[in-house]
Design a protein around this ligand. Structure first.
Ligand code: URA
Length: 211
């Protein structure tokens, strides 16, 4: 596995909150709250290189030049359903962002991801996309989601997850070496059922309390 184009967000607040989320006795309420807080912190890192442009403004004292974010509104794309857990926290930092959703399931016979939902904002070719999914496990869904998004020819795409498995990073990078990955941890491995070890369990179930 190459870690080229992979950013591990090692900020102590991120690592501390991630450890609390991993604990099996974390309640749905605290898991969801921690994911919200982590998403805000991760959004701060992920948007570090957003392009800026100069604008003329007037303070109460004089005219000056300030900087504002350049270009069309960013798009957060949630891979359903666990990706939705990232949205509120990220929207705290980039409140003007648009939101798209993509739903994929794995065909039981071909084992390939099949799209069942796809709804994006307009003018995607002028936008920067941040794809969110808490778990980069096999990497198949994430790679398929980015395949589909690339058809819209956006200005850029980044992928953000909480945890990644080395297998998922490898699969994703093979398909999309140009798309940077941001994560709080690369864990040890996948188990036989496709769960990340040591991981945090089923992210969707833990966010929505559906276990
Ligand atoms: N999806 C999850 O929610 N958890 C894993 O460990 C792997 C995939």
């Amino acid at each position: 596995m190459s870690t080229h184009n992979v950013t591990i967000i090692t900020h102590p607040l991120v690592q501390h909150k991630l450890t609390l989320m991993r604990k099996k006795d974390a309640s749905t309420n605290s898991f969801r709250r921690l994911l919200g807080e982590l998403s805000t912190l991760m959004a701060y890192e992920v948007t570090r290189d957003m392009p800026l442009q100069d604008v003329e403004i007037e303070t109460p004292l004089e005219k000056t030049t300030g900087k504002v974010i350049d270009g069309k509104k960013q798009v957060l794309v949630s891979i359903l359903r666990a990706g939705n857990g990232f949205l509120d926290g990220m929207l705290n930092v980039i409140p003007g962002a648009r939101v798209g959703h993509i739903g994929l399931y794995r065909d039981p016979e071909t084992l390939q991801p099949v799209e069942y939902y796809f709804k994006m904002p307009s003018e995607m070719h002028e936008r920067d996309i941040i794809v969110v999914d808490p778990m980069l496990a096999t990497g198949n869904s994430a790679a398929a989601a980015v395949d589909r998004l690339k058809q819209l020819e956006p200005r850029s795409i980044k992928f953000v997850c909480l945890l990644a498995a080395p297998e998922g990073v490898q699969t994703f990078q093979k398909a999309h070496p140009d798309v940077p990955i941001f994560t709080a941890s690369i864990d040890r491995e996948l188990d036989a059922h496709g769960y990340i070890l040591p991981g945090l369990g089923d992210a969707g179930d833990r966010i929505f309390g559906t276990k």
